[in-house]
Design a protein around this ligand. Structure first.
Ligand code: S3P
Length: 441
């Protein structure tokens, strides 16, 4: 084991019970700090995700001259510098593990009057950036990348951007958002059309900061040359973090768990539909709106799950939830089929390969396909599984271990701090058998 590597030991705990509040939404936190930085006036963010990904974005904006105070846990006070107030930084800007950070910042930086270089960790340095570079170059941005596609991204000072009408070949909120953020600096109306609607947080938050934006599922339009006005943002709890508990309480007998004030944006909650189709017992108690987003308390009780064919139309609405869904499927009765999900191969890891290998290592029956998998439910045993440094693989396998017949060692879990700091303690408090593994000598 390499020095500093964090492994977990996981095994069945007790029935999951009690009330949990998972941390703030990662997507919303990134966008709040970016728009707060470009706004005029002081924005206040509450419920900001204190994760490595979102902190990396805040640290980059601070290096670009934005004063950001952190008066308490999950709180940020951002002294916005206005649309043209950022100034160039010496040296590369480190996005860490975050694809959202790098792709959105690429759009935001494409319109600046200074050069920037965006870098990331080993995982991010393997992820495709051509999907944002292409449309940004069409807008007039000058961006270089390794082999035309990979980080680091060298973004040259802009000579002015031109709006485009962009038909995205991929259903990606990051691509849409990069183009829209560049569109703030472009002459004319920028339009993005998606092959399938994706999360619309950028659009909603631009509107909350006072920028005129027109959007409907699958389409967004805005014009350059307006202003962002500081505002308050209350970030809802992250549905993707809640997802691990929705699956865990569904599969562990006797569980009855309440998750408080979870963000319920319909472009995020596809897993709810999939789990319900599998027979899950989840009740929603709408709890109003938080920062313009619907939120709900979710009560989840153990249920017998059965396999389904996941409708391809649901895939973008649950794109981050497949590691959790795979675990539900591996413990359900019968077969679950996933297709139309090739995007999972370019996430923090190749999630189709990583989940298939991890479940197989515990005796699960999973056959990978080019764009999905066929999972046959059954029993899982103990063993060692590799997270590939991917936060969601690590957390999903901690859930799987709650129904394993032996202890599961999950390797390389430090990156869970990118999206869900405190996961081990929170999960253990709910009943998980989960702890950091003692360092090997
Ligand atoms: C995100 C969009 C999705 C998602 C990621 C967050 C965002 O990525 O997987 O975790 O905040 O816009 P893609 O745009 O690559 O689908």
């Amino acid at each position: 084991m390499s020095p500093g590597r964090l492994d977990w030991l996981a095994a069945p705990g007790r029935a999951l019970a009690g009330e949990l509040a998972v941390p703030g939404d990662k997507s919303v936190s990134h966008r709040a700090v970016m728009l707060g930085a470009l706004a005029e006036g002081v924005s206040e963010i509450a419920g900001f995700l204190e994760g490595e990904d979102t902190r990396a974005t805040a640290a980059i904006l601070a290096r670009l001259g934005v004063r950001i105070e952190a008066p308490g846990d999950g709180l940020r006070r951002i002294h916005g510098v206005g649309l043209h107030g950022l100034r160039g930084a010496d040296g590369p800007l480190d996005c860490g593990n975050s694809g959202t950070g790098m792709r959105l910042l690429a759009g935001l930086l494409a319109g600046q009057a200074f050069d920037s270089t965006l870098v990331g960790d080993a995982s991010l340095s393997r992820r495709p950036m051509g999907r944002v570079i292409g449309p940004l170059q069409r807008m007039g941005a000058r961006i270089e990348a390794a082999g035309g596609e990979l980080p680091p991204l060298r973004i040259h000072a802009s000579n002015g951007l031109q709006a485009i009408d962009f038909k995205s070949p991929v259903a990606s909120a990051q691509v849409k958002s990069a183009v829209l953020l560049a569109g703030l600096y472009a002459r004319g109306e920028t339009a993005v059309h998606e092959p399938h609607p994706t999360r619309d947080y950028t659009e909603r938050m631009l509107a909350a900061f006072g920028w005129p934006v027109r959007f409907a599922p699958g389409e967004a339009r805005l014009e350059g040359g307006h202003r962002l006005r500081a505002t308050r943002v209350q970030v809802p709890a992250d549905f993707s973090s809640a997802a691990f508990f929705l699956v865990a309480a569904s599969v562990v007998p006797g569980s009855d768990l309440m998750l408080r004030r979870v963000g319920m944006n319909p472009r995020r909650t596809g897993l709810l539909a999939a789990l319900r189709a599998m027979g899950a017992d989840i009740t929603e108690f709408p709890a109003g709106e938080q920062g313009g987003e619907p939120v709900a308390d979710l009560r989840v009780r153990h249920a017998r799950l059965h396999g389904i064919a996941v409708p391809e139309a649901l895939v973008p609405d649950m794109i981050d939830e497949f590691p959790a869904l795979f675990v539900a499927a591996a413990l359900a009765e019968g077969e679950t089929r996933v297709s139309g999900a090739a995007e999972l191969r370019v996430k923090e890891s190749d999630r189709l390969a990583a989940m298939a290998a991890a479940l197989q290592a515990l005796g699960g029956q999973v056959a990978e396909t080019p764009d999905g998998a066929i999972i046959r439910g059954g029993r899982l045993g103990g063993g060692e599984v590799h997270s590939h440094g991917d936060h969601r693989i690590a957390m999903a396998m901690a859930v799987a271990a709650q129904r394993a017949t032996g202890e599961v060692r999950i390797t390389d879990c430090a990156n869970v701090a990118t999206s869900f700091p405190g996961f081990v303690a929170l999960a253990a408090s709910a009943g998980f058998g989960l702890q950091p593994a003692p360092a090997l000598g």
